[in-house]
Design a protein around this ligand. Structure first.
Ligand SMILES: [Fe+2]
Ligand SMILES: [Fe+2]
Ligand SMILES: [Fe+2]
Ligand SMILES: [Fe+2]
Length: 398
């Protein structure tokens, strides 16, 4: 039966506060967990971080003391949810192991969204971006083998392939070429709004993560690689956030945020393999239903419309973490040499693009190239995980 979060009853707000013992959840087992459980945790952490930061921004633009208090109450719950979710990650994983999982999220979440996206222009944005995070995964996997002497399949299992995508040194575009055309809020499918918000939030958390953890390594190549890819993640946030219609009112944006939280918790509850983690998704869904009800009230009062005018009549099919190997391979075969020009995509390296390359590289090899060379020099061969045959764009293993 279709699940309509606007029709469901949640947990009353004053019953949502948990004490610290409840928030101090038992983490998943890094060696035995389903890699996609870890991906769902990383995704939901990004969603909650966005919920918190969006609410802060809204509060800073809000003159009504009563609304500011209500925002503060809901936000404190989002902050608790973020703790419960992110603390599911085990302390035994290294920063680099978590990094590899972040890029696995970027690959399989973005590929799934692209496959489900009804709008051709938006789909193109996801198909473009996914080839870059796919390449990041390969660069970090080589760093991992080189400095931690382990193989990335320990983390991604056989679910996501690891091989070159669009080479990372070609991701450094002129900032103006990272701004896409937004969807039209009056015409777009409700699902497209949710997709844009989900991928934007995931990329934003990846950016935040690299900004913070990048300098935690001593090895110069690791510090440099995090710097380089950290810059690219900022471009990705620009790319994806620019898809969202900036004409949405604050109340409409709030409504979309809470609805999307319901959608994702519901999706993950439906698809989770770890029963303990599933319980958290279910509990948080029941909290979000009440956040959504409160946001819908604000929307009705201050935007003047009915939530049914902007939201789907029921939740779309669940967001699912599953292998997207063939889909990514098809993109590798056809889009690997694309870049952006203005709000569109081109195949040639235009002048503005090349200028940026020079400015960032200063005539030297990028860390993302050196990390593979260095690993090859030490271990005899670069790291790849090609489970479905040779590279579809003919980039041979060396
Ligand atoms: Fe939340
Ligand atoms: Fe990435
Ligand atoms: Fe990214
Ligand atoms: Fe929420």
């Amino acid at each position: 039966m279709a699940f309509d979060p606007l029709q469901e009853r949640g947990v009353p707000l004053d019953e949502q506060v948990r004490d610290w013992r409840e928030l101090d959840v038992t983490p998943i087992d890094a060696d035995r967990c389903d890699p996609y459980t870890r991906c769902r945790i990383i995704t939901m952490n990004g969603i909650e971080v966005e919920a918190i930061m969006f609410s802060h921004h809204l509060a800073r633009h809000c003159q009504d003391q009563e609304i500011r208090r209500q925002l503060a109450r809901v936000r404190s719950i989002e902050a608790q949810q973020q703790k419960a979710v992110n603390w599911l990650l085990p302390g035994s994983a290294s920063v680099l192991e978590t990094t590899i999982a972040y890029e696995q999220v970027a690959v399989d979440l973005t590929a799934w969204v692209a496959r489900m996206e009804p709008d051709a222009y938006l789909r193109q944005a996801y198909e473009f971006g996914v080839l870059e995070d796919f390449d990041h995964l390969y660069r970090y996997a080589n760093l991992y083998e080189m400095i931690e002497h382990r193989k990335a399949e320990k983390i991604v299992d056989q679910l996501t392939e690891v091989m070159p995508g669009r080479p990372t040194y070609l991701h450094h575009r002129d900032p103006v070429d990272n701004v896409r055309e937004p969807y039209d809020r009056r015409r777009t499918e409700p699902l497209s709004r949710l997709h844009a918000l989900t991928v934007m939030s995931a990329e934003q958390q990846t950016m935040n993560f690299y900004m913070n953890v990048g300098p935690m390594y001593m090895e110069p190549i690791a510090r440099q690689l995090y710097q380089e890819i950290g810059l690219v993640e900022e471009e990705h946030v620009t790319h994806y956030e620019s898809l969202v219609d900036p004409g949405e009112s604050w109340w409409e944006m709030l409504l979309n945020h809470e609805y999307n939280e319901c959608y994702l918790y519901y999706s993950f509850m439906e698809t989770e393999s770890d029963p303990k983690v599933k319980n958290i998704w279910e509990l948080h869904l029941n909290m979000e239903l009440e956040h959504l009800r409160l946001a819908a009230e604000l929307f009705k009062r201050h935007d003047g419309r009915d939530p049914d005018q902007v939201l789907a009549p029921a939740l779309p099919p669940p967001v699912t973490f599953e292998p997207n190997k063939q889909y990514v391979r098809d993109l590798l075969a056809t889009r690997i040499d694309h870049t952006t020009l203005g709000t569109g995509y081109v195949q040639e390296a235009h002048e503005r693009f090349e200028k940026m390359q020079e400015a960032i590289m200063g005539g030297e090899k990028a860390p993302s190239e050196r990390v593979v060379d260095d690993n090859r020099a030490i271990t005899g061969m670069e790291y790849r995980l090609e489970t479905e045959g040779p590279h579809p764009a003919g980039l041979r293993l060396r």
